[in-house]
Ligand binder design. Structure first.
Ligand code: CMP
Length: 678
């Protein structure tokens, strides 16, 4: 005998009684009623029996009544029995309307965060059922749906899923969300200087946001929240939100560091926040002063343009730098490099590191007197093997991303096939001379590691993202990552080149021994990337086939090599390597190609957007990998310097290694040293 506006008066009366006053008959009546309710249909009968004793009735005769407000602590979970309520968010107004059979108020309970929206009664005589927090936790928490979809204007904007991880046993984590809604979600969580400072969701967001929202657009979002007037003119609440924006900004700068100083709107906003904090006397003031000083330092460094030269082969050399962070390649630094024509004449260009292939193409054609229209010209990398790679017009970081002995060519489209290697590409790159027999492996490993560390330290997390998602899509330089990867190849090919160019057998055995020791010291110094490069060089066929050389290797060195070789074994997803690294404490230089492979694997296996929402599950996975990088560099690497023997010489040598990167050339050198046995 239910009226079509909810349970009858008798039932309402029972549901208004406090739990203790309900008689067994009352409970039976409620239970019968709960059995018919659709939103509870997924619950077991025993749960419904438990609910029968605690569920409360709440009638709201007048529309406009506030059930609860955004930002309040969550105390209950609700079901709409009849009538309707509006979901209202600050600055947005009504985002959804909930009717009979729908529920609300679960988020704040599950996540222990403030209410994400206000709930306002829309129709007169709206009837709700209410379960208070403790009862909800006891009875419903574990069975409540695994996925929560929040809608705004009928469209999903936020998809949450119950997390299964151990450190947050019951919480919902964001699976997918619009960028703008995510900012709101992060600001809604308890985000301020006084509570726990590490919010993994915020960290994920800040580490990966460049993939789905530009820094400029993010500043706009934050401004929107900062200057928003709260409804009902609640000064306290709007101050809370403004201080959260301040804290968000603080975390942004400390997480992302220098790239933020390149975004004028971010710099301007920080300055505003600094003076607001001071005027209002907020405790965040000190934090803001610190980051504003940091940003100014970065800006100053960015204004000091350094000049780099890309020698044939080898690492870019800094010719001139007016700032102290000279090893960092900044996007607006200049780089000097050559561009060749089909007939092997060349011009020397000086352009910014971040110049696009199109800019390089046009400048080079102009200097070389090629009178073809820009759209009919191509920029090509010709590798030492003769392989030609046509570069996209939007590609950036061209000179730093070349292969070791690769050269840049410009030509009319139809001349692509006429581009051939320049003779010097087949010879080894110009390196310094040093008799490896005379140097201590320890001293050399030390200088190598210090150099590698410097290059590693300068890589920004974003460079890995740009590299993974396609650098041409971001128009951002990846020069520091390029240089580090180039170093990896350089070390590897230097090993092969040195051995294949040592004609005396006994000397070759010495060099081999020295390099094995060098690799072992690199490992000892936590330079795993360097160790990998050296051991990979030794396992190159041009070296591994030299059986007379290996036969003469002392047993001790052979044993050491076998151990090192085992660590680079790629089987079972590089299990050996992962075990070595996890037994090592930071700081350390990880095997970078594997880190990039992990990034690519995540990228290719997961969509960035799902149904118009950012896939935050993917962003979380990417951020995890980027955090590995952060862990490896948690402080600067310090090694006791070995007793110097020929310090200056070794230091210079490791920065300028001679290499041949053409495998055919290396094989033929190797064959000459130890002809194939028939
Ligand atoms: P909670 O944050 O506890 O309180 C407000 C509730 O409104 C929230 O839980 C959700 O259950 C519900 N809600 C429905 N749609 C939305 C939405 N688009 N954004 C936020 N909350 C919503």
């Amino acid at each position: 005998e239910l009226s079509d506006r909810g349970p009858d008066a008798w039932l309402r009366m029972i549901l208004r009684k406090p739990s203790n006053d309900r008689t067994p008959e009352d409970l039976e009546t409620i239970y019968e009623e709960l059995m018919h309710m659709k939103p509870l249909s997924h619950l077991s009968n025993s749960m419904k029996r438990e609910l029968a004793s605690v569920i409360m009735f709440e009638a709201h005769p007048k529309s406009g009544t506030v059930v609860f407000e955004q930002g309040e602590e969550g105390r209950s979970w609700y079901l709409v029995l009849c009538g309707a309520v509006d979901v209202v968010i600050h600055g947005k107004g009504v985002v959804a309307t909930l009717h009979s059979g729908e529920d609300f108020g679960k988020l704040a309970l599950i996540n222990d965060v403030p209410r994400a929206a206000s709930i306002i009664v829309r129709e007169d005589n709206t009837h709700l059922l209410r379960v208070d927090k403790e009862d909800f936790n006891r009875i419903l928490r574990d069975v409540e749906a695994n996925t929560v979809r929040l809608k705004e204007h009928g469209k999903d904007v936020l998809v949450l899923e119950k997390s299964s991880s151990n450190n947050s046993p019951h919480k919902y984590v964001v699976m997918a969300c619009t960028a703008s809604r995510m900012v709101e979600h992060l600001l809604d969580s308890r985000l301020d200087a006084s509570t726990s400072t590490y919010d993994p969701a915020l960290d994920d967001f800040l580490l990966t946001h460049v993939v789905f929202i530009s820094p400029r657009a993010l500043v706009q979002e934050l401004r929107k929240h900062y200057s928003m007037d709260s409804p009902h003119h609640d000064r306290e609440l709007s101050e809370t939100y403004r201080r959260r924006v301040v804290f968000f900004m603080y975390r942004w700068v400390t997480t992302v560091r220098h790239p933020l100083s390149h975004e004028p709107s971010a710099v301007a906003f920080i300055e505003e926040l600094v003076s607001d904090c001071e005027r209002e006397g907020w405790e965040e003031s000190a934090l803001m002063h610190r980051i504003s000083a940091q940003v100014s330092r970065h800006q100053e460094a960015a204004h000091n343009v350094s000049k780099w030269k890309l020698p044939p082969g080898g690492q870019p050399i800094c010719l001139f730098s007016s700032s102290d962070s000279h090893a960092l390649i900044k996007p607006n630094d200049d780089i000097i490099f050559r561009v060749y024509c089909a007939d092997h004449t060349y011009c020397t260009l000086r352009l910014s590191v971040a110049a696009t292939a199109e800019q390089i193409k046009v400048c080079a054609a102009d200097k070389l007197g090629i009178r073809t229209r820009a759209e009919d010209l191509i920029l090509v990398e010709v590798k030492s093997t003769g392989e030609r790679v046509t570069l996209r017009d939007s590609e950036v970081s061209i000179p730093t991303a070349l292969t070791l002995n690769g050269k840049i060519f410009v030509a009319p489209k139809e001349h692509l096939d006429a581009l051939t290697v320049i003779p010097e590409q087949e010879a080894p790159t110009e390196g310094l001379e040093l008799d490896l027999e005379d140097v201590s492996a320890r001293e050399m490993a030390y200088h190598m590691t210090m150099f590698d560390w410097e290059l590693f330290w300068n890589i920004h997390e974003y460079e890995l993202l740009y590299n993974t998602f396609g650098r041409h899509r971001f128009n951002q330089s990846t020069a520091n990552l390029d240089v580090f990867l180039r170093r990896f190849n350089e070390l590897q090919y230097w090993v092969v080149t040195e051995i294949c160019m040592t004609s005396s057998l006994s000397k070759r055995v010495h060099v081999l021994r020295k390099i094995i020791k060098l690799a072992a010291y690199c490992k000892e110094f936590h330079n795993i990337n360097g160790m990998f490069a050296l051991v990979l060089g030794l396992s190159n066929v041009a070296v591994s086939r030299l059986s007379s050389t290996w036969d003469k290797l002392p047993g001790k060195s052979r044993k050491l090599y076998t151990q090192l070789e085992a660590t680079i074994d790629p089987s079972r997803n590089h299990r050996a390597y992962r075990a070595v690294v996890s037994s090592m404490s930071a700081p350390l230089i990880p095997f970078m190609p594997l880190l990039l492979k992990d990034m690519t694997f995540i990228h290719e296996g997961n969509k960035t957007m799902v149904d118009g929402l950012v896939n935050f599950e993917k962003m979380h996975m990417l951020a995890q990998t980027l955090r590995t990088l952060r862990y490896c560099r948690n402080r600067r690497l310090v090694i006791d310097p070995p007793t110097p023997k020929n310090e200056a010489e070794v230091r210079a040598y490791v920065r300028c290694l001679r290499t041949i990167d053409n495998q055919r050339t290396l094989n033929s050198l190797s064959n000459k040293l130890e002809p194939r046995r028939s």
